[in-house]
Ligand binder design. Structure first.
Ligand code: SF4
Length: 326
């Protein structure tokens, strides 16, 4: 059984005059010890997907359909209290801006310790020992001294390490990392991504990595889900996705990364911008930006179908559609 099984997830936001379908029928699985990337532009629904998993979607949004099975339980049927216990203990989340996620007037040691104390009855000496251990595990030097320091005394990279330490305080089986390196410079980015991979290897925790950056995906993930306008348009093992991207949107995302080794078919940004999620085009949701659009694309929404082992794509270029104009 996979660690996480998401089926037909829909999360919508209800405005006075319109409904924004931020997540519009998403299904995927995640195994123990696996790093799965969810990639897409801003507005693709990837962050709302991760918040839905944690049941942290704020009003006026709510999950309107689907199931989220985690360690065999459907999270959408749990009470608030059951869900609170699960967060932190079995699944935890780290965000893009580590500085804003920490309280500036409390020491980092207190804040990491709080992640332990809020779920377990533990003696203060034991909390301190485990806090130091966590700080060492994520590569903070002089942990014994530094746990008495405040967030402003740490660099952005070190703060993100502290956030990861907090996320791992209770040895969760799933860590959701939403754009964890976007705010960091390139050298520090590589260190944090290496740290996530090392932690996966040592703890066997699964990581769901939300990112808009294909470079981060290539560096870190085992498997990738590409989202566009609330839906999955392609899913594949990471090597397959980079060697043989099928969906024109994925090809566009990869085409935006310059390569000095290979000639790519079209090296340019994807034309246009992602529409609002309350204005999803009929037929294929990518049709108004797709360079390979056909007549059928304007009327029929392509299903996500297998085109190879572990490789699924939602595009009429790969389906047997009788009235296709090719
Ligand atoms: Fe492009 Fe049509 Fe494929 Fe959509 S279904 S990605 S519009 S070719």
């Amino acid at each position: 059984m996979p660690l996480l099984e998401v089926e037909g997830l829909k999360t919508h936001f209800f405005g006075k005059r319109s409904v924004t379908k931020a997540v519009d029928g998403v299904s995927f699985t995640l195994d123990h010890g696996e790093i799965l990337g969810i990639v897409g532009e801003s507005g693709s629904g990837k962050s709302v997907t991760s918040l839905s998993l944690m049941r942290l979607v704020d009003h006026p949004g709510r999950v309107v359909a689907g199931s989220i099975r985690f360690e065999g339980r459907d999270l959408l049927t749990l009470s608030r209290e059951e869900m609170r216990k699960l967060r932190g203990r079995r699944m935890s989340m780290i965000f893009q801006e580590p500085g804003t996620s920490m309280n500036p007037v409390l020491t980092v040691g207190f804040q990491i310790g709080e992640a332990i104390r809020s779920h377990e009855r533990v003696e203060p000496a034991e909390v301190r020992r485990r806090t130091m251990e966590l700080m060492e595990m994520v590569g903070i030097p002089d942990a014994k001294q530094r746990l008495n320091q405040y967030p402003h005394q740490f660099s952005g990279g070190m703060l993100q390490r502290l956030m990861i330490a907090m996320g791992l305080a209770l040895s969760p089986s799933l860590l959701i990392a939403d754009e964890p390196v976007t705010a960091l410079d390139v050298t520090i980015q590589a260190q944090i991504l290496d740290l996530l991979k090392d932690l996966r290897d040592t703890t066997n925790a699964a990581v769901l990595l939300i990112t808009h950056d294909m470079g981060v995906v290539a560096e870190t993930c085992d498997r990738v889900v590409v989202m566009y306008l609330g839906a999955i348009v392609e899913e594949a093992p990471v090597e397959t996705l980079f060697d043989d991207p099928k969906h024109p949107y994925t090809q566009g995302l990869l085409g935006s990364i310059p390569s000095i080794e290979e000639k790519v078919e079209w090296l340019q940004a994807i034309p246009g911008t992602i529409p609002n999620a309350n204005e999803i085009p009929t037929g294929c949701r990518f049709s108004n930006r797709c360079p390979k659009v056909m007549d059928v694309c304007h009327t029929v929404d392509p299903a996500l179908e297998f085109v190879g082992e572990g490789h699924r794509v939602a595009c009429h270029l790969y389906t047997e559609t009788e009235d296709r104009d090719v």
